[in-house]
Ligand binder design. Structure first.
Ligand SMILES: *Cc1c(COP(=O)(O)O)cnc(C)c1O
Length: 473
């Protein structure tokens, strides 16, 4: 806005904002350009300038009194907070859906680097040079792990369920227990997905009791499938009964498919014997079992379907498969993970298995924190859960610490640390639960707490030891 066109303008005021190009050369912007890109930083500057020009104070007094550097830094920090960044999970929920579910073991990540950074044989059969399927060794590995004949990889387990309903039961009836008409996470309801797939829901039993007879009696000429949905994020206690899979499998007519949404992906882990495993479902006669790749298995986001080879083949041939197939990054990670899991290597164990195996170390860790920060931190016994819609009835004893101070303030300020620390507020106290903190994150946690508790000023100005630009604004 020029001075002339502004009737309120003060004759001595400075109405010239810095030139954007010149501003972009300034040092304080270079870390933001590095993390956000030059065009995004330029956009933020332009938006800010537009807003300034429209403000009353600018019309009266121009740029006087404006701290442009401070205001821009603060805005850019806000934008930077939207970027994906590593965080420390001190919630006590090991597979936390808001925190990316399963961290991938660095050894696994490194192992698939070459196959992803160059060309690979994703859809080429090396033996005869013909076009191959996008499966790698998946069938064989899943067969070795679960006893199933064949397997299939899709983008997530919601895809698995949709695909098996759409490809095998469209226009036909699918029998589901009333106790299993569940919602999993945000907006994913079994009845809705069933309707979308084109299958027709037939409800049987009651919320707490569904027997094999209930299923058998509901079968008509139009029944395509019985779908058993594992109750992964809640438990019904007391007088309950669900149909025995072996009995159901034995009594179902041959043409009715017995499909199980197992969900969590428990297979042979020693720590979770309470959960009915994929292996058990297959052994009991389920035709297809599906589960997530990023829950107990500990891989990237994926859905895995395994079971009868001819049914898996029908799923593969469905046109929707084209939309649901993951890329080679996911395929190679799952492949590598399964090999390591079968070889019982540490890096083949999922995060939940690894963390649950070392829960006793949380006491030492909590002790160490109280020794390092005696005036700020107090040890406390806590409970951990696996989380992510798995093992809903089980919690584990563990240790953590209570931080002295206003819980909301602590929660906010630590969330804005250079590597954000995500704790929990329980009974009006801010708590770091160490069950979900990995060994390498624990060392980082100490460094950040040192900065936060002892050099608070420096921390707030963004000079803490983390690598990224991240301050409390
Ligand atoms: C987690 C879960 C899902 C959804 O899986 P995503 O991989 O998140 O799509 C579906 N069914 C059950 C039983 C689950 O536990």
């Amino acid at each position: 806005m020029s001075q002339k066109s502004n009737p309120k303008a003060h004759p001595e005021a400075n109405y010239r904002l810095p030139q954007v190009e010149q501003l972009l050369q300034q040092d304080f912007l270079s870390p933001f350009i590095k993390s956000l890109s030059r065009p995004v930083v330029t956009m933020v500057i332009r938006d800010y300038f537009t807003q300034i020009r429209q403000s009353e104070s600018f019309k009266h007094a121009g740029v006087d009194g404006l701290d442009i550097t401070q205001a821009l830094s603060s805005r850019l920090h806000g934008v930077l907070l939207q970027r994906q960044t590593a965080v420390i999970n001190a919630t006590g929920t090991i597979i936390h859906t808001n925190l990316g579910r399963s961290p991938i073991d660095p050894a696994l990540w490194d192992a698939v680097k070459a196959v992803n950074t160059g060309y690979n044989n994703l859809e080429l059969k090396l033996e005869d040079g013909k076009r191959g399927q996008r499966k790698g060794l998946l069938d064989t590995l899943l067969c070795a792990l679960t006893g199933a004949e064949a397997g299939l990889l899709v983008n997530n387990n919601a895809c698995s369920i949709y695909l098996l309903l759409h490809a095998l039961a469209k226009g036909k009836e699918v029998i589901v227990s009333r106790g299993e008409q569940i919602q999993i996470g945000g907006g994913f309801r079994i009845p809705d997905i069933l309707a979308l797939s084109g299958a027709k829901l037939v409800e049987v039993g009651t919320t707490n009791i569904t027997t094999a007879d209930d299923y058998i009696e509901a079968i008509t000429d139009n029944t395509a499938m019985v779908l058993i949905v594992h109750q992964s994020n809640f438990v019904i206690r007391g007088f309950t009964e669900s149909a025995d899979i072996k009995e159901l499998s034995r009594r179902l007519p041959k043409e009715v498919i017995l499909a199980v949404d197992q969900g969590s992906g428990v297979t042979n882990e020693p720590h979770f014997p309470e959960e009915k495993s994929v292996i058990k479902y297959i052994a009991s006669g389920a035709d297809l079992v599906c589960f997530s790749g990023d829950k107990i298995l500990g891989g990237p986001q994926a859905g895995i379907i395994c079971g009868d080879a001819s049914l898996v083949q029908r799923l593969e041939k469905n046109p929707m498969m084209r939309a649901f197939r993951p890329g080679r990054v996911v395929l190679s990670l799952i492949e590598e993970l399964l090999v390591r899991k079968l070889n019982e290597q540490e890096s083949g164990r999922g995060i939940s298995e690894r963390q649950v195996a070392q829960l006793s170390s949380t006491l030492n860790k909590a002790d160490r924190l109280t020794q390092l920060f005696p005036n700020h931190i107090e040890i406390c016994p806590l409970k951990a859960v696996v989380g992510g819609g798995t093992l809903p009835d089980i919690d584990y004893d563990c240790w953590g610490v209570i931080l002295a101070g206003d819980p909301l303030k602590l929660s906010r300020e630590l969330r804005l640390a250079s590597t954000p620390i995500i704790g929990v507020i329980q009974r009006d106290k801010f708590i770091l639960n160490l069950a979900s903190v990995t060994d390498s994150d624990f060392e980082l946690l100490i460094l950040q707490l040192e900065d936060y508790l002892y050099l608070k000023e420096g921390f707030i100005d963004g000079h803490c030891r983390g690598e990224q630009v991240r301050t409390v604004v």
